[in-house]
Design a protein around this ligand. Sequence first.
Ligand code: G1P
Length: 292
Amino acid sequence: MKTIRKAVIPAAGLGTRFLPVTKAIPKEMLPIVDKPTIQYIVEEAVQSGIHDIYIVIGDNKRSIQHHFDKNIEFEIYLKERNKQDLVSLIENVSSLATIHYIVQEQALGLGHAIWCARDAIGDEPFAVLLGDMVIDSQVPCLQQLIEIYNEKQSSVIAVQRVKWSETSKYGIVRGKQVNKQLTLVSGLIEKPIAAPPSNIAIIGRYILDPKIFDFLEEMRLGVGGEIQLTDALQGLIGEQPIWAYQYEGKLYDVGDKLGFLQANVELALKHDHLKENFKLFLHKSIESTEKD
Ligand code: G1P
Protein backbone atom coordinates (compact mmCIF):
# COMPACT_ATOMS: atom_id res chain seq x y z
CA MET A 1 0.00 0.00 0.00
CA LYS A 2 1.32 3.45 -0.92
CA THR A 3 1.35 6.07 1.82
CA ILE A 4 1.30 9.85 1.63
CA ARG A 5 4.56 11.27 2.95
CA LYS A 6 4.93 14.58 1.13
CA ALA A 7 2.85 17.70 0.69
CA VAL A 8 3.12 20.63 -1.70
CA ILE A 9 1.83 24.05 -0.67
CA PRO A 10 1.72 26.44 -3.60
CA ALA A 11 2.28 29.94 -2.24
CA ALA A 12 3.57 31.87 -5.21
CA GLY A 13 0.37 33.67 -6.23
CA LEU A 14 0.36 37.44 -6.44
CA GLY A 15 -2.58 38.00 -4.08
CA THR A 16 -4.33 40.44 -6.41
CA ARG A 17 -7.67 39.93 -4.61
CA PHE A 18 -6.14 41.39 -1.47
CA LEU A 19 -4.34 44.49 -2.72
CA PRO A 20 -3.00 46.85 -1.49
CA VAL A 21 -1.75 44.87 1.55
CA THR A 22 -0.31 42.14 -0.69
CA LYS A 23 1.84 44.64 -2.59
CA ALA A 24 4.73 43.90 -0.23
CA ILE A 25 3.38 41.13 2.05
CA PRO A 26 2.56 37.67 0.70
CA LYS A 27 -1.09 36.85 1.33
CA GLU A 28 0.04 33.64 3.07
CA MET A 29 1.71 35.80 5.74
CA LEU A 30 -1.45 37.70 6.66
CA PRO A 31 -2.34 36.80 10.25
CA ILE A 32 -5.40 34.95 11.41
CA VAL A 33 -5.56 35.93 15.08
CA ASP A 34 -1.89 35.34 15.99
CA LYS A 35 -0.46 33.06 13.28
CA PRO A 36 0.15 33.65 9.59
CA THR A 37 -2.25 31.81 7.31
CA ILE A 38 0.43 29.48 6.01
CA GLN A 39 1.15 28.19 9.50
CA TYR A 40 -2.44 26.88 9.73
CA ILE A 41 -1.88 25.08 6.42
CA VAL A 42 1.44 23.54 7.52
CA GLU A 43 -0.15 22.50 10.84
CA GLU A 44 -2.99 20.77 8.97
CA ALA A 45 -0.44 18.74 6.97
CA VAL A 46 1.53 17.86 10.11
CA GLN A 47 -1.62 16.86 12.02
CA SER A 48 -2.46 14.63 9.05
CA GLY A 49 0.85 12.80 9.49
CA ILE A 50 2.94 14.59 6.83
CA HIS A 51 6.32 15.98 7.84
CA ASP A 52 7.96 16.59 4.49
CA ILE A 53 6.58 19.82 3.11
CA TYR A 54 7.46 21.65 -0.11
CA ILE A 55 6.36 25.25 -0.26
CA VAL A 56 6.41 26.73 -3.76
CA ILE A 57 7.23 30.40 -3.39
CA GLY A 58 7.59 33.32 -5.77
CA ASP A 59 10.72 35.39 -5.88
CA ASN A 60 9.40 37.95 -3.38
CA LYS A 61 8.20 35.51 -0.72
CA ARG A 62 11.25 35.09 1.46
CA SER A 63 9.27 36.19 4.52
CA ILE A 64 7.52 32.80 4.43
CA GLN A 65 10.92 31.15 4.71
CA HIS A 66 11.94 33.47 7.55
CA HIS A 67 8.80 32.60 9.46
CA PHE A 68 9.64 28.88 9.54
CA ASP A 69 13.42 29.31 9.99
CA LYS A 70 15.01 29.21 13.41
CA ASN A 71 15.65 32.67 14.86
CA ILE A 72 18.45 32.07 17.35
CA GLU A 73 19.01 35.73 18.27
CA PHE A 74 15.35 36.20 19.11
CA GLU A 75 15.36 32.99 21.18
CA ILE A 76 18.44 34.18 23.14
CA TYR A 77 16.83 37.59 23.67
CA LEU A 78 13.69 35.97 25.13
CA LYS A 79 15.66 33.46 27.22
CA GLU A 80 17.70 36.28 28.80
CA ARG A 81 14.42 37.87 29.85
CA ASN A 82 13.02 34.62 31.27
CA LYS A 83 10.25 34.40 28.72
CA GLN A 84 10.38 30.63 28.32
CA ASP A 85 6.76 30.37 27.11
CA LEU A 86 7.54 32.70 24.21
CA VAL A 87 10.74 30.78 23.42
CA SER A 88 8.67 27.59 23.11
CA LEU A 89 6.16 29.39 20.93
CA ILE A 90 8.73 30.39 18.34
CA GLU A 91 10.73 27.16 18.66
CA ASN A 92 7.57 25.21 17.86
CA VAL A 93 7.15 27.09 14.60
CA SER A 94 10.63 26.22 13.36
CA SER A 95 10.40 22.58 14.39
CA LEU A 96 6.92 21.90 13.01
CA ALA A 97 8.10 19.97 9.96
CA THR A 98 10.91 19.61 7.46
CA ILE A 99 10.13 22.42 5.08
CA HIS A 100 11.75 22.78 1.66
CA TYR A 101 11.32 25.72 -0.66
CA ILE A 102 10.93 25.62 -4.39
CA VAL A 103 11.01 28.86 -6.33
CA GLN A 104 8.53 29.24 -9.16
CA GLU A 105 10.29 31.70 -11.43
CA GLN A 106 7.17 32.85 -13.27
CA ALA A 107 3.57 33.08 -12.08
CA LEU A 108 2.20 30.66 -14.69
CA GLY A 109 -0.61 29.23 -12.57
CA LEU A 110 -1.42 26.58 -10.01
CA GLY A 111 -0.68 23.68 -12.36
CA HIS A 112 2.75 25.08 -13.11
CA ALA A 113 3.48 25.60 -9.39
CA ILE A 114 2.75 21.91 -8.73
CA TRP A 115 4.82 20.89 -11.74
CA CYS A 116 7.78 22.82 -10.24
CA ALA A 117 7.75 20.26 -7.38
CA ARG A 118 8.00 17.21 -9.69
CA ASP A 119 11.63 16.31 -8.90
CA ALA A 120 11.10 16.70 -5.17
CA ILE A 121 8.03 14.48 -5.23
CA GLY A 122 9.33 11.78 -7.57
CA ASP A 123 7.18 8.74 -8.21
CA GLU A 124 4.91 8.69 -5.18
CA PRO A 125 1.43 9.98 -4.40
CA PHE A 126 1.43 13.33 -2.62
CA ALA A 127 -0.82 15.93 -1.03
CA VAL A 128 -1.53 19.48 -2.18
CA LEU A 129 -2.88 22.16 0.16
CA LEU A 130 -3.71 25.59 -1.22
CA GLY A 131 -2.28 28.39 0.88
CA ASP A 132 -5.36 30.60 0.91
CA MET A 133 -7.94 28.05 2.05
CA VAL A 134 -8.05 27.53 5.81
CA ILE A 135 -10.28 24.74 7.09
CA ASP A 136 -11.47 24.46 10.66
CA SER A 137 -12.45 20.87 11.42
CA GLN A 138 -12.31 18.20 14.10
CA VAL A 139 -10.37 15.80 11.88
CA PRO A 140 -7.95 17.74 9.64
CA CYS A 141 -9.38 17.90 6.12
CA LEU A 142 -6.21 16.41 4.65
CA GLN A 143 -6.40 13.47 7.02
CA GLN A 144 -9.96 12.85 5.85
CA LEU A 145 -8.67 12.68 2.26
CA ILE A 146 -5.78 10.41 3.23
CA GLU A 147 -8.26 7.98 4.78
CA ILE A 148 -10.14 7.82 1.46
CA TYR A 149 -6.86 7.49 -0.45
CA ASN A 150 -5.81 4.58 1.76
CA GLU A 151 -9.03 2.81 0.89
CA LYS A 152 -9.16 3.62 -2.84
CA GLN A 153 -5.43 3.94 -3.69
CA SER A 154 -6.17 6.62 -6.28
CA SER A 155 -6.41 10.43 -6.41
CA VAL A 156 -8.88 12.21 -4.12
CA ILE A 157 -9.95 15.84 -4.10
CA ALA A 158 -11.89 17.66 -1.39
CA VAL A 159 -15.11 19.30 -2.53
CA GLN A 160 -18.11 21.13 -1.19
CA ARG A 161 -21.36 22.37 -2.65
CA VAL A 162 -21.33 26.14 -3.25
CA LYS A 163 -24.02 28.61 -4.31
CA TRP A 164 -24.72 28.31 -8.04
CA SER A 165 -23.90 32.01 -8.38
CA GLU A 166 -20.37 31.26 -7.11
CA THR A 167 -19.45 28.32 -9.34
CA SER A 168 -17.39 30.57 -11.63
CA LYS A 169 -14.88 31.09 -8.76
CA TYR A 170 -13.94 27.41 -8.48
CA GLY A 171 -12.96 24.27 -10.30
CA ILE A 172 -16.22 22.33 -10.64
CA VAL A 173 -16.60 18.55 -10.79
CA ARG A 174 -19.35 16.31 -12.05
CA GLY A 175 -19.66 12.59 -11.58
CA LYS A 176 -21.54 9.70 -10.09
CA GLN A 177 -22.32 10.06 -6.41
CA VAL A 178 -21.70 6.70 -4.72
CA ASN A 179 -22.63 7.73 -1.19
CA LYS A 180 -23.37 10.85 0.85
CA GLN A 181 -19.76 12.07 0.74
CA LEU A 182 -18.11 10.33 -2.21
CA THR A 183 -18.42 11.00 -5.95
CA LEU A 184 -16.58 9.19 -8.74
CA VAL A 185 -15.48 12.10 -10.92
CA SER A 186 -16.32 11.97 -14.63
CA GLY A 187 -15.36 15.53 -15.58
CA LEU A 188 -13.83 18.71 -14.22
CA ILE A 189 -13.94 22.25 -15.47
CA GLU A 190 -12.03 25.24 -14.13
CA LYS A 191 -14.13 28.31 -13.30
CA PRO A 192 -17.03 27.71 -15.73
CA ILE A 193 -18.56 30.98 -16.91
CA ALA A 194 -21.74 29.48 -18.31
CA ALA A 195 -23.68 26.26 -17.63
CA PRO A 196 -21.67 24.76 -14.73
CA PRO A 197 -22.10 20.98 -14.75
CA SER A 198 -22.80 20.98 -10.99
CA ASN A 199 -22.24 23.15 -7.94
CA ILE A 200 -19.66 20.76 -6.47
CA ALA A 201 -16.54 22.88 -6.04
CA ILE A 202 -12.88 21.95 -5.57
CA ILE A 203 -11.75 23.64 -2.35
CA GLY A 204 -7.99 23.31 -2.36
CA ARG A 205 -7.03 19.97 -0.83
CA TYR A 206 -5.87 17.14 -3.07
CA ILE A 207 -4.17 13.74 -2.91
CA LEU A 208 -2.60 13.21 -6.31
CA ASP A 209 -1.09 10.30 -8.16
CA PRO A 210 2.35 11.26 -9.57
CA LYS A 211 0.97 10.51 -13.06
CA ILE A 212 -0.49 14.03 -12.83
CA PHE A 213 2.96 15.37 -13.76
CA ASP A 214 2.65 13.84 -17.26
CA PHE A 215 -0.41 15.99 -17.86
CA LEU A 216 1.07 19.12 -16.27
CA GLU A 217 4.12 18.63 -18.48
CA GLU A 218 1.96 19.40 -21.52
CA MET A 219 1.89 23.01 -20.27
CA ARG A 220 -1.52 23.58 -21.79
CA LEU A 221 -2.81 27.08 -21.08
CA GLY A 222 -6.30 27.18 -19.59
CA VAL A 223 -8.56 29.74 -17.95
CA GLY A 224 -6.86 33.10 -17.41
CA GLY A 225 -3.97 32.06 -19.68
CA GLU A 226 -2.61 29.91 -16.82
CA ILE A 227 -1.59 26.26 -16.54
CA GLN A 228 -4.45 24.80 -14.53
CA LEU A 229 -4.28 21.79 -12.20
CA THR A 230 -7.97 21.14 -12.96
CA ASP A 231 -7.16 20.62 -16.68
CA ALA A 232 -4.42 18.11 -15.81
CA LEU A 233 -6.91 16.26 -13.55
CA GLN A 234 -9.34 16.13 -16.48
CA GLY A 235 -6.57 14.39 -18.45
CA LEU A 236 -5.86 11.98 -15.60
CA ILE A 237 -9.49 10.78 -15.53
CA GLY A 238 -8.86 9.01 -18.83
CA GLU A 239 -6.31 6.77 -17.10
CA GLN A 240 -7.28 6.47 -13.44
CA PRO A 241 -10.31 7.01 -11.21
CA ILE A 242 -10.46 10.29 -9.29
CA TRP A 243 -12.67 10.58 -6.22
CA ALA A 244 -14.29 13.77 -4.95
CA TYR A 245 -14.87 13.77 -1.21
CA GLN A 246 -17.31 16.03 0.61
CA TYR A 247 -15.13 16.74 3.65
CA GLU A 248 -16.39 17.73 7.08
CA GLY A 249 -15.34 21.14 8.31
CA LYS A 250 -15.68 24.86 7.77
CA LEU A 251 -13.84 26.55 4.94
CA TYR A 252 -12.47 30.08 4.95
CA ASP A 253 -11.18 31.60 1.74
CA VAL A 254 -8.66 33.86 3.38
CA GLY A 255 -7.32 35.18 0.07
CA ASP A 256 -10.59 37.10 -0.09
CA LYS A 257 -11.18 40.13 2.16
CA LEU A 258 -14.53 38.95 3.55
CA GLY A 259 -13.32 35.36 4.05
CA PHE A 260 -10.24 36.68 5.85
CA LEU A 261 -12.36 38.75 8.26
CA GLN A 262 -14.71 35.81 8.89
CA ALA A 263 -11.76 33.54 9.71
CA ASN A 264 -10.32 36.09 12.12
CA VAL A 265 -13.61 36.63 13.95
CA GLU A 266 -14.62 32.97 14.18
CA LEU A 267 -11.19 31.65 15.11
CA ALA A 268 -10.74 34.42 17.70
CA LEU A 269 -14.06 33.27 19.20
CA LYS A 270 -12.46 29.83 19.66
CA HIS A 271 -9.10 31.10 20.93
CA ASP A 272 -8.46 30.00 24.54
CA HIS A 273 -7.15 33.34 25.79
CA LEU A 274 -9.24 35.69 23.72
CA LYS A 275 -12.69 34.21 23.31
CA GLU A 276 -14.44 35.60 26.41
CA ASN A 277 -13.27 39.19 26.05
CA PHE A 278 -13.63 39.15 22.30
CA LYS A 279 -17.22 37.91 22.54
CA LEU A 280 -18.08 40.76 24.93
CA PHE A 281 -16.40 43.23 22.62
CA LEU A 282 -18.35 41.95 19.60
CA HIS A 283 -21.68 42.20 21.43
CA LYS A 284 -20.94 45.76 22.53
CA SER A 285 -19.66 46.74 19.15
CA ILE A 286 -22.76 45.39 17.36
CA GLU A 287 -25.05 47.17 19.85
CA SER A 288 -23.27 50.48 19.40
CA THR A 289 -23.23 50.30 15.60
CA GLU A 290 -26.95 49.42 15.58
CA LYS A 291 -27.63 52.64 17.56
CA ASP A 292 -25.78 54.75 14.95
C1 G1P B 1 -7.76 27.24 -7.44
C2 G1P B 1 -8.14 26.03 -8.32
C3 G1P B 1 -9.65 25.85 -8.34
C4 G1P B 1 -10.18 25.72 -6.93
C5 G1P B 1 -9.74 26.94 -6.10
C6 G1P B 1 -10.11 26.75 -4.64
O1 G1P B 1 -8.20 28.43 -8.04
O2 G1P B 1 -7.65 26.26 -9.62
O3 G1P B 1 -9.97 24.72 -9.08
O4 G1P B 1 -11.58 25.62 -6.94
O5 G1P B 1 -8.32 27.12 -6.15
O6 G1P B 1 -9.76 27.88 -3.95
P1 G1P B 1 -7.70 29.87 -7.55
O7 G1P B 1 -8.68 30.32 -6.54
O8 G1P B 1 -6.32 29.72 -7.01
O9 G1P B 1 -7.76 30.73 -8.79
